[in-house]
Design a protein around this ligand. Structure first.
Ligand code: FPP
Length: 226
């Protein structure tokens, strides 16, 4: 096969279930988020091996600011810790990291770490990891509508979106909804909802979701193949 024809696969992941994982064990919710960060690390490691080229993780939605202040600050500390410890690893593994979402409401120290991570990993070719923080798909659409000329086409709007089209959307935690994540980009995504809580997410779950994805016929509105 001509290598330039190999389709690139972009996966979106809604990492749900950290809180329930923790409370079912009598632990504070933040313990679930900490384990969730380990699951994130594992997933980034395994993604290129299962044929994924880009992956966007929903780490903090713009609606998550409504959570109790101590949970929000624990999450911010966790993001900072993650960036502190994982960027070298990403550079070594040829992984690019970038962030989508608003930055003006985040602690300045974290924004600076995000910029450093983006700069240091900018040449990564093996996998492009996008992390959505203070992200809202509706806000991204509003922003695109404000920026686009009246003559904008689908392509114009797509070029203003922060992520490419999603091929496979995985949500853990058993809920079956999109929760304001990549609404434009998921127009033709295959949706896979898994009952596993995010901290328990393993390579086998990603492999399983990729198998389901590969078994589906993607028609993009076309008639089934004869
Ligand atoms: C949803 O589970 C999860 C979040 C809102 C936070 C996701 C954050 C992480 C996985 C931590 C690591 C992230 C980075 C970028 C280092 P929930 O708390 O809504 O779970 P619940 O539905 O069981 O309450």
């Amino acid at each position: 096969m001509n290598i330039s024809k190999v389709p690139t696969i972009h996966v979106g992941i809604i990492m749900d279930g950290n809180g329930r994982w923790a409370t079912s064990r009598g632990l504070p919710r933040v313990a679930g988020h900490r384990k969730g960060a380990d699951a994130l690390r594992r997933t980034i490691e395994v993604a290129p091996r299962v044929g994924i080229h880009g992956i966007t993780f929903y780490a903090f939605s713009s609606d998550n600011w409504k959570r109790p202040a101590d949970e929000v600050s624990a999450l911010m500390r966790l993001f900072a810790q993650y960036l502190e410890t994982q960027v070298d690893e990403c550079v070594n593994e040829d992984v690019r990291i970038s962030f989508i979402g608003r930055r003006d409401r985040l602690p300045k120290t974290i924004v600076a770490m995000m910029q450093t991570a983006e700069h240091r990993t900018r040449d990564g070719k093996t996998l492009h990891v996008r992390i959505a923080i203070d992200y809202s798909a509706r806000d991204a659409l509003v922003e695109a509508a404000r920026t686009a000329p009246a003559t904008a086409t689908r392509e114009t709007i797509a070029s203003l979106m922060p992520a490419p089209d999603v091929d496979l959307l995985i949500r853990t935690g058993g809920e079956q909804r999109l929760s304001d994540f990549l609404l434009w980009e998921c127009a033709y995504a295959e949706l896979v909802f898994l009952p596993v809580m995010w901290p328990d997410f393993q390579a086998t779950h990603l492999e399983q979701a990729m198998m389901v994805f590969r078994s589906r016929e993607r028609r993009f509105g076309n008639a089934p193949a004869a």
